[in-house]
Design a protein around this ligand. Structure first.
Ligand code: MTE
Ligand code: MO
Length: 470
């Protein structure tokens, strides 16, 4: 753009307020974004963090900006070029340069931050999902943690403040092992976004997995720090903070109601092992929360701090995300305070095998169908029904699951069924599944009634089209 004026970094730095105008630089360009402030999807205050300086470091962290659409939107605000051909992007280190290696079979939904799901056909068949195939949901770069220097701080209402090393956790407390399923609240979001657009990671049905987790019981740690569950405590919540943090140093955080952690038989773990192996970097090394029966988002990885408190976590993810609303509520009308943070997910299921649009042959007049079913809050799955005729007739599936204690069914149920199809049927046919849990909660038939602006908790009947061959 030779016709545009040149500016020095000092000129740009002066434009860091609404009175003078808000300028930013990107690569070698200078932009006046004053009029865009209120339109910034992340809020004006987030964009103000870069006022008078380079946005390159922010875009390196929040790579959802790196899209043609957004770059051309920015170009519309260009007012000049940095003097002397300076390019600020050259000075930015990639915050994602220390990410771990990942299994090539994972289906990547976002590279930075890393979000990837297990291919559906690899989910079924094994009650425990292999660690390297287990879905990964990161909001920020994976933090580097030195296990020798690691400390977990425990503090808050009714507690004395303590710090525990990894060795303390391994030696001062009894080791517990539980089987538990972890599922992202956004699992099966693509079925919602195909109905109406949604901002959010596009997940098919593989943002779920089941593992055997070992570690210490959160209840034991809270009691060690002085929590007395017989006396009235002011604490209503247990907050967790991770070591991963954003540009402002704000870390990932979430909370669970304290009763989930302290009742007799409570199974919330501070886990250091997954399927008998130390936690991997992606899954929260060295210690993460496993809050069984509770949605993935509260199972904080790279755990650094536990706080008992009157209030729930004030984090973005607890307050302004991972909540569901009426299908007609949109971003202009949403009142985040009006809905509770998701804790126990609803009953859901999915067909994993056969996959979408795969050819199937039916010499026996039936199609073998396999999948998973899961319900939050420790509810067990009591039945899965499968249909090949749009729900007119149903076949009851055969279930298999890890044995569980009463009202503590933390693991999913795998199922399989031989579903009869109309004789001599050739061509495309839709398979449907739905699960029912032990509270007799079951799945709604369509996505439309449960659609919500964040695309969470989609538990509509799961449908897969297959091609029946002669
Ligand atoms: N903990 C931290 N510290 N940072 C995160 O980004 N993501 C949460 C949760 N814990 C997250 C976190 C979300 S939304 C989910 S679904 C699960 O971790 C995913 O756990 P996994 O990556 O081990 O499957
Ligand atoms: Mo999630």
């Amino acid at each position: 753009k030779p016709s545009l004026p040149e500016f020095h970094l000092e000129d740009v730095a002066l434009h860091n307020n609404k009175e003078r105008g808000v300028w930013v630089t990107y690569k070698d360009g200078v932009y006046d974004v004053t009029d865009f402030l209120e339109m910034h999807p992340g809020g004006a205050s987030r964009l103000m963090l870069a006022a008078g300086g380079a946005i390159d470091p922010f875009w390196a962290m929040y790579q959802q900006h790196n899209q043609e659409e957004i770059r051309s939107l920015l170009e519309g605000y260009r007012i000049g070029t940095l003097a002397g051909g300076q390019d600020m992007s050259q000075q930015v280190a990639d915050p994602y340069s220390n990410e771990p290696k990942r299994h090539p079979a994972l289906v990547i939904r976002s590279q930075k931050p890393f979000n990837a799901e297990t291919p559906a056909e690899l989910l079924t068949g094994k009650l425990y999902t292999p660690n390297d195939l287990f879905y990964v949901r990161n909001h920020l770069p994976v933090p580097a943690v030195d296990p020798a220097a690691y400390t977990l701080r425990v503090e808050g209402e009714g507690l004395r403040t303590i710090e525990l090393s990894l060795k303390d956790l391994r030696t001062k407390f009894k080791r517990h092992t539980i089987s538990a399923t972890l599922q992202c609240a956004g699992n099966r979001r693509t079925e919602m976004s195909s109905l109406k657009d949604i901002k959010g990671t596009t997940w098919a049905s593989g943002a779920i997995g089941n593992a055997e987790w070992s570690g210490v019981n959160l209840k034991d740690v809270l009691e060690y720090a002085g929590l007395d569950d017989r006396s009235e405590t002011e604490a209503g919540h247990v907050q967790f903070e991770g070591l991963d943090s954003d540009m402002e140093g704000v870390c990932y955080g979430a909370s669970i109601p304290i009763e989930k952690a302290v009742y007799k038989g409570a199974d919330v773990l501070l886990a250091y092992e997954m399927n008998g192996r130390p936690l991997s970097k992606d899954h929260g090394f060295p210690v993460r929360v496993i809050a069984p029966g509770i949605v993935g988002a509260r199972n904080v990885k790279w755990l650094s701090r536990i706080i008992t408190s009157k209030e729930e976590s004030q984090s973005h993810w607890q307050q302004h995300d991972y909540k569901s609303f009426s299908p007609n509520t949109d971003y202009d009308t949403v009142d985040w305070e009006s809905a509770p943070a998701i804790q126990e997910p609803n009953v859901t299921s999915a067909i994993c095998d056969p996959g979408h649009n795969t050819p199937v042959s039916t010499c026996e007049g039936t199609i073998p169908v396999k999948g998973f079913a899961y319900s939050g809050g420790g509810h067990s799955v009591i039945r899965v029904d499968v249909s090949a005729d749009d729900g007119k007739t149903w076949t009851v599936a055969e279930l298999s699951s890890v044995p569980a204690k009463r009202s503590r069914a933390w693991s999913w149920t795998l199922w399989q069924a031989e579903v009869p199809i109309p004789r001599d049927h050739v061509g495309s046919i839709e398979l449907i599944c739905k699960a029912t849990d032990n509270a007799y909660n079951t799945q709604p038939d369509s996505v439309a009634g449960v659609w919500n602006l964040r695309g969470v908790l989609n538990n509509a009947w799961h449908r897969v089209k297959v091609q029946v061959q002669e």
